[in-house]
Design a protein around this ligand. Structure first.
Ligand code: SAM
Length: 253
């Protein structure tokens, strides 16, 4: 591995790192070519990010760097950061970023998402956009990850999540096969994700939007420091914590 990325002191090279390295040691070479067929909703998430000029973006569980590279190309004025627990995935990400000529715009760090320290990793405490794409379903301590992600949002920041959903409108047979297959990769859909996000929104005075997509195959969520479409200067007269207005908007597709 090139060793260009930083390492969080809080990083515990423990079971999750070993498991992810084992899963992805070979898979990483076919990851981008195969996952585009079933990690649905990633491009929609990236398209809806609308980062402000000069924004800093963090992806938690960045894998091969596929989303970071798209992000950096779509929003040329952003500085992107990615963390992952797997050195195998980071190695692939590092090479892809190099090939894309984006070394100056994308920084990588090795850390466990449940305990990462953004200052130690990247020298900054907050980000304008935080992305978690199909990583929570692989992290047993996913609730801690949500807390950490919400804590490192800037005053105008938002957290954008896409992951496997509750499959509510999918045929029963398809669900059985899908869940067996996901289990092979240690993937568990987080069925209470929307409810947990609503709790965090209430506790921290954030705004929440969730949307079930593709018959419940995917859940998309945005946890926002400001109501959607409102900039910080316009938000000054809006109710702020400790009397937060939580907007919980659930759109079923
Ligand atoms: C399914 S991949 C998603 C990669 C990328 N976000 C995407 O959308 O293509 C899940 C990623 O989460 C990472 N991951 C799993 N557990 C983690 C943890 N505890 N801390 C940080 N990253 C973790 C894995 O190594 C893997 O790269």
């Amino acid at each position: 591995m090139g060793g260009r990325h930083s390492v969080s002191p809080a990083f515990d090279a423990g079971a999750s790192a070993a498991l992810m390295d084992r899963i992805y040691r070979r898979q990483r070479h076919i990851y981008d070519a195969t996952r585009k067929f079933y990690l649905l909703g990633r491009d929609g998430l990236l398209a809806g990010l609308s980062p402000p000029p000069g924004a800093s973006v963090l992806e938690i569980g960045c894998g091969t760097g596929r989303n970071l590279i798209k992000l950096a190309n779509t929003y040329p004025d952003t500085l992107c950061h990615g963390l992952d627990v797997s050195v195998e995935m980071l190695d692939t990400a590092e090479r892809a970023i190099e090939r894309a000529g984006l070394r100056d715009r994308i920084r990588l760090g090795k850390a466990d998402a449940t305990s990462f320290d953004p200052v130690a990793l990247f020298g900054r405490a907050s980000f304008d956009r935080v992305v978690i794409s199909y990583a929570l379903s692989m992290i047993p301590g996913w609730r801690e990850v949500l807390g950490r992600a919400a804590d490192c949002l800037s005053t105008q920041g938002s957290l954008h999540i896409v992951d496997f959903g509750n499959q509510a409108s999918l045929p029963a047979g398809f669900r059985v096969v899908l869940n067996r297959w996901l289990a092979l990769f240690h993937v568990t859909p987080r069925l209470t994700l929307a409810a947990d996000l609503a709790q965090i929104a209430r506790a921290k005075g954030l705004y929440l939007e969730t949307a079930s997509r593709f018959g419940g195959y995917a859940l998309c969520a945005i946890l926002d420091a400001l109501p959607r479409g409102i900039t910080e200067d316009r938000a000054i007269h809006l109710p702020r914590p400790p009397s937060p207005q939580v907007e919980l908007l659930h759109i079923a597709s």
